[in-house]
Design a protein around this ligand. Sequence first.
Ligand code: SAH
Ligand code: SF4
Length: 338
Amino acid sequence: MIQKILNKKILRREEIITLLQAEDKNDIHAIFQKADEIRKKYFGDEVHLRGIIEFSNNCEQNCLYCGLRKFNRALSRYRMNETEILQTAKKICDTGIKTIVLQSGEDFNFSGEDIYRIIKSIKSEFDAAITLSLGERDFEDYKIWKEAGADRYLLKHETANAKLYETYHFGQKLYDRVGHLNYLKSLGYQIGSGNLIGLPHQTIEDIADDIILCRDLDVDMASFSPFIPSPNTPYKKQKPADVNSVLKVMAVARIVLKNVHIPVTTALATIDLNGREKGLAAGANVIMPNFTPAFYSDKYSIYPNKKSDVDPMPALRSILLAAGRNMAEGQGHSLKII
Ligand code: SAH
Ligand code: SF4
């Protein structure tokens, strides 16, 4: 039954659910093997590294699961200035990494023009692609940032279940989030979406729908990440996601989405010491090391004990070596646009 599904080119919802429900050891082995085969077919053994700069932990949103939510008064807030952001970008580029991810809460203190200027400066000084991950912003801002040279936008849909989406995001609509993603795509951004796994009330069917939504949105990158309970949030007492379930979702996503970039998330590396190795073996082809200066990164506490290193490169090199994989040389654009 599982083998028959794995041999199909396009999977139906029920088939995706069957894969996600697999419990038998041999079935799970076959799923991981297929995911690895597909990853290798499209990406070979190259792993793309994306260096993250978490430049502000201020956020106007109140996502129930996130430690940066506005109502978390216990968190001390920071903003990096433009010089610090550029210095960190240089640190990333000095390692040979060719994608810079600018990430923050939804912080309108950085105006559209501020972000525009930062993108322009990075683009003029470095040979790097830029991914923005700034939450939902004005459509006009997306436009000028693209003109400034931004390449990609990462905005996870978080859950494809419209009811749960409204629960987690205080009455906001999944429909609007999808609207932002479609608009970003229409502007020529490579788009990234994805979910959180293990949130309260979420079912296997919801997770199948997350993968299907990524397919329908024709995303360039898809991130499937464990939920980790965060102090001072309404979900602080919830259980974290189970590592093996997350790995299975990543593998099934690889089988369904084929040529899409799939990262090992920092959250996976946080809940499992060998999360990166396991993720790379479950269909992932991207790692996103964090370069935020430690005194800021400690405060970027979306969830507790977030994995972060002073210099992430030595550990990454040895992980890649042990996995028989190598660091990709280019900017690692979407296979869909080449
Ligand atoms: N504010 C932006 C970018 C920063 S948040 C945005 O929301 O898009 C980046 C990601 O952190 C979110 O997409 C969410 O999936 C993840 N996240 C938030 N809280 C989390 C938690 N408790 N455990 C794991 N991931 C979490
Ligand atoms: Fe803000 Fe992003 Fe956290 Fe939501 S997930 S509270 S938008 S930082």
